[in-house]
Design a protein around this ligand. Structure first.
Ligand SMILES: [Zn+2]
Length: 184
């Protein structure tokens, strides 16, 4: 089962083609890039896309450098601590690792189908999943726990990024104010 379509744009129903910041074309340049999509579920089968974007690796790094070293460390420590508390994953041979990764919150283990707000993130090159990193799901619970530990200036940088590049529906933007962008 191919899961790559889950990372298509909800607006165009096609794969992302360009970086939202520098507009480099992904297939022409062959650069590595990240796609993040956030959803709000209103019923078992209905969910809305809150925002989505694709950013090239260079622009993601530039953004990361704008964030304070303390905040970058905080985010890294959060994942190190949380993931070291989870038992290691073993995939049996009939399981598609990508499907498993997309089926639950990477940190909390909650089934994606039970999450009312969540983000999916994947790393790509040439329209395919990059072999360097598995895609993952983060629940809003995780995003809030990270946000609680970030400085006000970091949250401002993240809100600026979202306002500049994402232009989500205003009524939903509030939901994500102060939340981390997850490609870091
Ligand atoms: Zn870029």
């Amino acid at each position: 089962m191919d899961h790559i379509h889950k990372f298509n744009s909800e607006l165009t129903e096609l794969p992302f083609t360009n970086c939202c910041v520098c507009e480099v074309n992904f297939s022409e340049s062959g650069v590595k890039y990240v796609v993040e999509k956030s959803f709000k579920r209103v019923s078992e089968n209905v969910q809305y896309s809150i925002y989505e974007y694709a950013i090239c690796w260079n622009c993601a790094q530039t953004f990361q450098e704008k964030i304070s070293p303390e905040s970058n460390q905080t985010i890294q420590n959060y994942f190190l601590n949380e993931l070291s508390n989870r038992s290691p994953r073993f995939f049996d041979e009939n399981q598609d690792p990508i499907e498993v990764c997309l089926s639950e919150c990477m940190v909390k283990g909650t089934n994606t189908s039970e999450l009312t707000e969540y983000t999916i993130c994947g790393v790509f090159r040439g329209g395919q999943f990059s072999l360097e990193a598995m895609p993952y799901v983060l629940s809003s619970e995780v995003l809030e726990e990270i946000a609680e530990q970030l400085s006000a200036s970091t949250k401002d940088e993240m809100d600026d990024f979202r306002e500049t590049y994402l232009g989500g529906p205003p009524e939903l933007e509030e939901l994500f104010k102060g939340r981390p962008v997850v490609f870091l």
